[in-house]
Design a protein around this ligand. Structure first.
Ligand code: AP5
Length: 215
């Protein structure tokens, strides 16, 4: 079956990025991660990136029209492939309507939503200990998934960095935004019967196994 549409949703630090690459490669889906696409634009200092950065650094959502352009271009480029896995989009009910409208143009609909559930206390511990390789973007956790050698990427051997939005105040704001805007979308998906809730407070391999069993 072609053009299947999967969504990965959950609070900041739930492990979406950790799981998304595997999920996409397993199903041969095109992975669309809005956070990664926005950070790529920030890194390249594009007009979109410069505007997005001012919102991301405060833990707020980037205006939907900016995100929508990136998503639409990606869908158009990849239509006809096995399917899409969206990580970090839609983020609220308005973005869900936007995605539904875009999919309708291609006679498509959302097949499944995978919700990774993690409590706020756990999220703080995860995000304050997260490190990223600036080159290959590999994600580490200094306790649960540390690099082999000090704070260097195992693959690129460059120094790991802390994401700009992983500061305590920004994490708090991101969680506030999640509860206010994204949680109602999770509730909506629950009513639609398309959501599978996964307990994200287990080892990454256990979370991965349950996701795969439900894909
Ligand atoms: P985005 O990049 O999407 O950030 P997020 O949703 O806040 O999620 P994170 O990337 O922080 O966490 P994650 O769930 O991927 O966790 P990870 O796997 O890294 O968005 C960033 C910003 O961009 C937003 O704030 C907004 O400004 C903007 N944006 C993005 N999309 C947008 C949209 N659609 N509309 C508007 N604005 C948008 O894991 C976290 C840590 O935990 C890591 O250290 C990892 O190693 C560790 N870990 C993972 N799994 C486990 C586990 N099972 N056990 C223990 N540790 C684990």
């Amino acid at each position: 079956m072609k053009n299947r549409i999967f969504i990965l949703i959950g609070p900041p630090g739930a492990g979406k990025g950790t799981q998304a690459k595997n999920m996409a490669s397993l199903k041969d889906f095109v992975l669309i991660s809005t956070g990664d696409l926005l950070r790529e634009n920030v890194g390249k200092k594009t007009e979109l990136g410069n505007t997005a950065k001012s919102y991301m650094d405060k833990g707020e959502l980037v205006p939907t029209d900016l995100v929508a352009r990136m998503i639409k271009a990606n869908i158009e480029q990849n239509i006809g492939k096995n399917g899409f896995l969206f990580d970090g989009f839609p983020r609220d009910l308005a973005q869900n309507t936007l995605l539904s409208d875009m999919l309708e143009e291609f006679n498509l609909d959302i097949d499944k939503v995978i919700y990774i559930d993690v409590k706020d206390e756990v999220i703080f511990e995860r995000l304050t200990n997260r490190r990223i390789c600036p080159k290959c973007k590999r994600v580490y956790h200094m306790r649960y998934n540390p690099p082999k050698n000090d704070e260097l990427c195992d693959d690129c051997k460059v120094s790991l960095i802390v994401r700009d939005d992983d500061k305590i105040d920004v994490i708090k704001k991101r969680l506030e935004v999640y509860h206010k805007l994204t949680q109602p979308l999770v509730d909506y998906y629950e009513e639609s019967g398309k959501i599978t809730k996964i307990n994200g407070e287990r080892a990454p391999k256990e979370v991965e196994a349950e996701i795969i069993a439900n894909m």
